[in-house]
Design a protein around this ligand. Structure first.
Ligand code: ADP
Ligand code: MG
Length: 353
């Protein structure tokens, strides 16, 4: 009886529920890359190697040397709302990990052919898991792997043709992937990254020792690869601190500004954000030194107590909410303003301290 079928309420199959959730976080290969690398960083990896075929559409692989996942936990890694990162609401409010929603792997595996292989330090044996069928039952089998985790995502959107149609040319998707890669690599200079496309290295970034200062040659080399050779010579270094808050990084000289706002990186506690309040504070600080219509280049790191930042605003976590927005805004503005005006009237040494 069709009538009954159409109007009765029923619970969606896990796969369909995951495919719907995937709509929010898995827009294109670059979103898959972001989720996988964030997981590697959360797992404490110090080396992350990425391989792409056909701009990640055919194959996107992320391998790390992190903590790994135990055999018992493997099926849960692909289940929806399953996470090792928070347990209580209190954890959520002070969350320091990049992930916490327990949705990424479930979503990605519902719209691709995903294979996860992992091994922990305590076990010589590695294990592999794939999720199959409407119910996304996890199938676990032994597979060799050094400590760490490898995720292989093949044929993205093969079973969701409507989504697949939204993908752009390989060139465009690769640009998005590179931009995401830059943001992730800039977020953690203490982690080594490589990126290969079609067996060719696009980036090779060794990890920097934590002890290396902002002036160290390896950091300059890394920033040069990611942002261009001229970046450092065209930027001012900055490190400002007040009670409970710190802002450091580099702000581009006004002469180095660009026609597009495409080289602006702002990290809040290691997470790349695009935030209106932050953008406004930066704009204000540059207001008097920049021609209108030009956009400054910057790489800035804001560090403050995670409890005064809410990162659970949007599934992609690109937005954040500050408990005291005014305080944050004014701190960013005054830090940059001081640095920029000091440099421009040739009194760097007075305003840096
Ligand atoms: P979330 O990151 O929000 O917890 P995910 O779906 O991205 O959700 O991942 C689910 C779980 O799988 C994580 O909580 C983590 O325990 C485990 N996991 C995923 N990727 C890795 C990895 N590269 N290394 C170790 N554990 C991982
Ligand atoms: Mg995650």
């Amino acid at each position: 009886n069709l009538d009954v079928l159409n109007h009765s309420i029923h619970v969606l199959s896990p796969r369909l529920a995951n495919q719907i959730a995937a709509g929010e976080v898995v827009e294109r290969p670059a979103s898959v890359l972001k989720e996988l690398v964030e997981n590697s960083l959360d797992a404490g990896a110090t080396q992350i190697d990425i391989e792409l075929d056909q701009a990640g559409i055919k194959r996107l692989q992320v391998r790390d040397n992190g903590r790994g996942i135990s055999e018992a936990d493997l099926p849960l890694a692909l289940a929806r709302h399953a996470t090792s990162k928070i347990t209580t609401l209190d954890d959520l409010e002070g969350v320091a990990s990049l992930g916490f929603r327990g949705e990424a792997l479930a979503s990605i595996s519902s719209v691709s052919r995903l294979e996860l292989t992992s091994a922990t330090a305590s076990k010589a044996q590695g294990w592999r898991v794939v999720a199959e069928g409407r119910e996304m039952q996890a199938r676990v089998s032994p597979a060799p792997h050094p400590q760490g985790t490898t995720l292989v995502v093949r044929d993205l959107f093969f079973n969701t043709p409507a989504r697949r149609k939204f993908l752009r040319t390989e060139r465009t998707e690769l640009n998005h992937l590179e931009e995401t890669f830059r943001r992730l690599a800039l977020s953690r200079h203490d982690v080594g990254f490589t990126l290969q496309h079609q067996d060719k290295y696009l980036y090779r970034l060794p990890a920097l020792a934590a002890s290396e200062g902002l002036d160290a040659p390896p950091l300059a080399a890394r920033l040069g690869q990611l942002l261009g050779r001229e970046f450092l010579s065209q930027s001012l270094q900055l490190d400002q601190q007040a009670s409970g808050i710190r802002l450091w990084g580099w702000v581009g000289l006004p002469v180095y500004a660009r026609a597009q706002a495409d080289r602006q990186y702002f990290f809040v506690n290691g997470r790349a954000v695009r935030d209106k309040l932050v953008a406004h504070a930066v704009r204000q600080a540059y207001k008097d030194v920049l021609y209108s219509g030009r956009h400054p280049v910057f790489v800035l790191y804001l560090e403050l107590d995670p409890r005064v930042v809410d990162v659970n605003v949007h599934p992609t976590k690109h937005e954040v909410r500050f408990r005291d927005g005014r305080w944050v805004h004014d701190f960013i503005f005054s830090s940059l303003h001081k640095r920029l005006s000091g440099a421009l009237i040739g009194q760097e040494s007075l305003s840096v301290e």
